[in-house]
Design a protein around this ligand. Structure first.
Ligand code: SAH
Length: 360
């Protein structure tokens, strides 16, 4: 069954041509029809785009004049791998992509026994302002287009030669601050004539934008929702995450319970362990209380040191985990991959930005 998630017609920013690769098969077919082409051309072009061609010339089963006409009308703007770091510890690859406007984003390709997972960015920068996160330091520059999310998957796969089976939307940016484009990306990446990656193989992580969680609940997708919790009490959460002042943690828990009731799907809660801030026993106990009635899973993340932040990693992770588990809440400690290559979000982009600034 094909997904139909895009409610909004695709719109090009003023002064630009519409983005061919962000189009659904139906939109692409209509665009080619307008050029006087038969319906099956839409399928041909769609398949080529999703295979990662870098120019219309590579679409070898189209007649040369048509390739030229496509080239006059549209532009393909594949990202360039500006940097590629491969971990010697575990083979994790971190990509720094340069986009057509010169913006940089990151993706991280991780290999597990059950397959290869790509962690992709959803925005250039981020405006959520979390105290521990490198991605938000320079603010948000712009949203990524659906094609720019798709290209991270396609070109990481082509570049590495590793077939990608899983996607996590946990890179730079807040997916629910760009939800229309994210939903369109999901529809594209799920398409049988494209990468055909099933919703069960997708995770979407949010800092807790309640209307987005409610919208996703209504769509009833099979994906895994991750919520970056980081504190179960309002005071601590507001200090770490400004979004808590817009959508308080009480309201967030309510939306999570509603999400579970509607979809029957277990939510994963991310929890970066910060020394002396969110790692006390009473906070573990409060998590247990708030999750009652819902089979949540808490993923404890050893805090990655961010140079610009004074926060330090907790030394109580194991005790915190035991306290949750002993009260019936599933809790795991995230295994860290790519420790030797700045694999946590936003750090490579920060370095590239500093280098650029230094060169000016
Ligand atoms: N904006 C989304 C997705 C991107 S961040 C969200 O907030 O969920 C992916 C995860 O990494 C989030 O749980 C985020 O809180 C966490 N994270 C960010 N910086 C971190 C750091 N320095 N150490 C550990 N986890 C961090």
């Amino acid at each position: 069954m094909e997904l139909q998630l895009s409610e909004q017609p695709l719109q090009a920013p003023p002064g630009t041509v519409p983005d061919l690769k962000s189009m659904t098969l139906e939109e692409l077919t209509a665009a080619l029809r307008e050029m006087g082409e038969p319906a099956f051309r839409g399928k041909q072009v769609f398949a080529w785009l999703h295979r990662g061609v870098r120019s219309f010339e590579e679409m070898t089963d189209l007649a040369k004049p048509l390739r030229a006409r496509l080239g006059e009308r549209w532009r393909l703007e594949p990202p360039v791998a500006a940097r590629r770091q491969v971990s010697r510890l575990d083979g994790t690859i971190k990509y720094l992509w340069e986009l057509s406007d010169g913006s940089c984003i990151e993706s991280v390709l991780m290999s597990y026994r059950h397959g290869n997972t790509i962690c992709i960015s959803s925005q250039v920068g981020c405006r959520m302002g979390c105290a521990f996160c490198a991605s938000t330091i320079g603010g948000k520059v712009r949203d990524l287009r659906p094609s720019e999310m798709l290209d991270q998957v396609i070109f990481s796969q082509l570049d590495s030669g590793r077939e990608i089976s899983n996607i996590v939307l946990m890179g730079i940016g807040e997916p629910m601050d760009n939800l229309d484009n994210v939903l369109r990306f999901l529809e594209l990446v799920n398409h049988p004539m494209g990468l055909n990656i099933g919703m069960r193989h997708v995770s979407l992580s949010t800092c807790g934008i309640v209307p987005g969680i409610r919208r996703l609940a209504d769509l009833g997708l099979q994906l895994t929702l991750s919520v970056s919790l980081h504190a179960p009490d309002s005071g601590t959460r507001s200090a770490l995450m400004p979004v808590n002042r817009a959508y308080d943690v009480e309201e967030l828990f309510e939306a999570c319970h509603a999400y579970f009731r509607k979809t029957g799907r277990r939510i994963s809660f991310e929890y970066a362990m910060v020394d002396g801030v969110n790692d006390a026993d009473w906070q573990a106990d409060l998590i247990v209380k708030k999750l009652r009635g819902m089979p949540g899973h808490v993923n404890l993340i050893p805090l990655n040191n961010v140079r610009e932040s004074p926060l330090k990693p907790s030394r109580r992770t194991a005790a915190f985990q035991r306290r949750l588990e002993s009260q019936g809440v599933a809790a795991t400690v995230r295994r860290s991959l790519g420790g030797d290559i700045d694999a946590s979000c936003g750090q490579l982009r920060r370095k590239a930005m500093e280098k650029k600034e230094g060169e000016l």
